[in-house]
Ligand binder design. Sequence first.
Ligand code: AHR
Length: 494
Amino acid sequence: ATSGETVAVHGDRPGAVYDRHIFGQFAEHLGTGIYPGIWVGKGSKIPNINGYRRDVIDALKAIRVPVIRWPGGCYADEYHWREGIGPQAKRLTKVNTNWGGVTEDNSFGTNEFMNYTELVGAEAYVSGNVGSAAPSEMAEWVEYMTFPSKSTYAEERRKNGRDKPWKLAMFGIGNELWGCGGNMRPEYAADITRRYSTFLKVPAGERLMKIASGANSDDYNWTEVMMRDAGGAFDGIGVHYYTIPGDWSNKGPATGFDEESWARTLSKTLKMEELISRHAAIMDKYDPRKRVALLVDEWGTWYDVEPGTNPGFLFQQNSLRDAMVATLNLDIFARHADRVRGANIAQMVNVLQAMLLTDGARMVKTPTYWVFDMYKDYQDATVLPVDVQSRWYNKNQWVMKAVSASAVRDKAGVVHVGLTNVDPNQPATVSVKLDGVTAGQVSGRILTGTTMDAHNTFDAPNQVAPQPFNGATLSGGMLTVQIPAKSVVMLDLR
Ligand code: AHR
């Protein structure tokens, strides 16, 4: 049976810009995210460019990663940048206390990260250590990275092989200050943020976006106090929300789940809508002109680790369900693009809802990667509001609209419409009404799979990958789209 869904795309009412930073990534010193997800070292047999694995660079460039957040996460508030600069052999070796208690040799430090962003073509979002270091340490780090003239730190950078300063786009004033970043009360965190922000300076003519550590999920009081007491001290504030099918003690597996878990996961991810609405409403009170951005600087699924892997490494598979989590969130971000001007999915390689998984010299692109690929034309395009009339899909008490959608118009005038059918059993016939959109032709791609947990493995890397889509017909300003069950379709209208 098919259904009759409608989506109205309002090309005549263009909204805010879909900021490209919403497609941001997060790379923490956690598990195999950095070693060997990014960095294998110059002597490695794995094909690399100056120590960075080549397959990962190529894959990230292909989805136009706009920004990478580093070095944490919880790792950030224990990180001392001086331990990760200078000759490799002299770098300090220490325990990664947050993530598995493993040895960190600091071979991937500031120079390696900043050079990597340039190689990938991304901007740098560096998170400072507020929880366990002085403001001077943060200020000196920024000087090391950004100062163009003569200073001891700039000279040190030159000695370490980098003459010109790097472009530092964003700087995080700590991470999760309410938890691993120092267990602070919001009142204290607000004061600390004002203090650290004071010493966060870049050379004249440079712009640095200062990001305050944001709320844990629905801790609205955090945003209230930070905005009220420190709102003038930052340009963006974060919020972290993870989608967990179960609870923290029994999160559920990444694959091999049933339909109840599918529906529960997708329903829980939709909480992002309420979170953003309510955090944004608080921000509106203190910042009606929307100067301060809301950055969802950690989001994504968090499952039980893959059997037999280190529990501290947060290594999980990534299935069609994760692709749906990604598109549902990207649609939500579109609806709030006036305030949400950045996001960092957790995390880029080998950790949580990753773009890429590696195993020795092998690499796979996950279903989430393919969503980021299919939606990449949203970057800096203009959001076109959509109205979705959809039947409900439910499994037990987990109820949601079967169809989710968003649309943008890019700078070349091409309109992109993203459609997701979350129902794992029923196809959808969607009538897309195009108001104020003149299009003569439609093309598209579809991402789907044979099962709810369809995924890519190192032995079968192309189980879930976009295919050309021929299920859309355009006639008289109306599109009719046949979307199979559990599918994502991206249409380009020219
Ligand atoms: O992404 C994993 C961890 O989740 C981060 O280190 C921390 O900020 C959050 O709690």
